[in-house]
Design a protein around this ligand. Structure first.
Ligand code: 3SL
Ligand code: MG
Length: 240
C-alpha cells in the first residue's frame, strides 16, 4: 500500500483517481462540519461548489426537507440557515434533513475527485476511523487536502499526517510506502502532537481565531471524537 498527499486540490488525472481510496481533508472546517452533520442526524449532505446551485437545490427540495449551510471567507453566506461551525450541525436543526453545503475550498476539493472509485471524508475528529476504513479497502491511499484559497494549509497537512499515523495501526507501511509529501505531513503531525509545532501562527488557523471561532478550531483539532466515516458517491455524502 502506498500513501500520497496532495497539499491542494486541482486537476487530477484518471490514473491518480482509479484504483485508489481518496480521503478528502478540510479539517478547518468543511469536512469536520460534514461529519458533524451526519452525527447530528442529517439524512445526507449534498456539497455544491457554487452557492447559487445550493440555493437552487434547496428551493427545489423545499424548506421542510433541507437545511442550507456554508461560508465564504469563514462567514455564513447571506440568507443561508447555517454557517460553517461544527456545533451548528450537531443540533436538531439538521435531524432528518438533507444538508446542502457550499464552502470556499472544501466543496471544491470534493468536486475535484468526484470520479474516484472510493471517496471518504477525513478530519481530526474521525482520524482513526477513516484511517481504518481506508486501510481495509486495501488500495493505495491518496489524501487530497482542500488547502486555503489555492494554497497549502498547515492545518490540512497536519491532519493528513494524523491520518497516516493512524493507518500504521491497520496496515504495514514499509520503507517506500509513503511519498515525500506523506512523510512531511506525518512529521508535521508528530511535531504538532509533541508541541514543537504551533498551528496558531499559520494563516487559516489564525484567521479563524481572529474571526472568533476558537471553539471551532479546538473542536476541529480534537482527535477521535467519532467513528463516523462519510463516503461521497454520486454527488451525495452519507455514512459508510
Ligand atoms: O474552505 C472551506 O471550505 C471552509 O472550511 C473554510 S472555513 O474554515 O469555514 O473558513
Ligand atoms: Mg480549510
Amino acid at each position: 500500500m502506498k500513501i500520497d498527499v496532495l497539499p491542494t486540490f486541482g486537476r487530477l488525472t484518471d490514473a491518480q483517481l482509479s484504483e485508489t481510496t481518496v480521503i478528502v481533508v478540510d479539517v478547518l472546517r468543511a469536512t469536520t462540519c460534514m461529519i458533524s452533520a451526519l452525527n447530528g442526524g442529517a439524512v445526507k449532505v449534498v456539497p455544491t461548489v457554487d452557492a447559487g446551485d445550493a440555493v437552487a437545490l434547496a428551493s427545489r427540495l423545499g424548506a421542510r426537507e433541507c437545511v442550507l449551510g456554508g461560508e465564504r471567507g469563514g462567514i455564513k453566506i447571506n440568507g443561508f440557515d447555517l454557517g460553517n461551525s461544527p456545533s451548528e450541525y450537531l443540533t436538531r436543526t439538521v435531524r432528518n434533513k438533507t444538508v446542502i453545503v457550499s464552502t470556499t475550498n472544501g466543496t471544491g476539493a470534493l468536486y475535484s475527485v468526484r470520479s474516484a472509485d472510493r471517496i471518504l471524508l477525513g478530519a481530526m475528529i474521525n482520524r482513526t476511523a477513516v484511517a481504518k476504513a481506508a486501510a481495509c479497502e486495501g488500495r493505495d491511499i491518496l489524501i487530497v487536502c482542500a488547502g486555503t484559497d489555492g494554497q497549502p494549509s498547515a492545518d490540512d497537512l497536519t491532519c493528513a499526517g494524523a491520518i497516516i499515523d493512524a493507518v500504521r495501526s491497520f496496515a504495514d507501511l514499509g520503507t517506500g510506502s509513503l511519498t515525500d509529501m506523506a512523510i512531511i505531513c506525518e512529521n508535521l503531525y508528530k511535531n504538532w502532537k509533541n508541541g514543537t509545532f504551533d498551528l496558531s501562527s499559520t494563516f487559516h488557523y489564525r484567521r479563524l481565531i481572529n474571526l472568533g471561532f476558537s471553539e471551532d478550531v479546538d473542536f476541529c483539532f480534537t482527535p477521535d471524537v467519532t467513528d463516523t466515516v462519510p463516503v461521497y458517491r454520486e454527488g451525495v455524502i452519507i455514512k459508510l
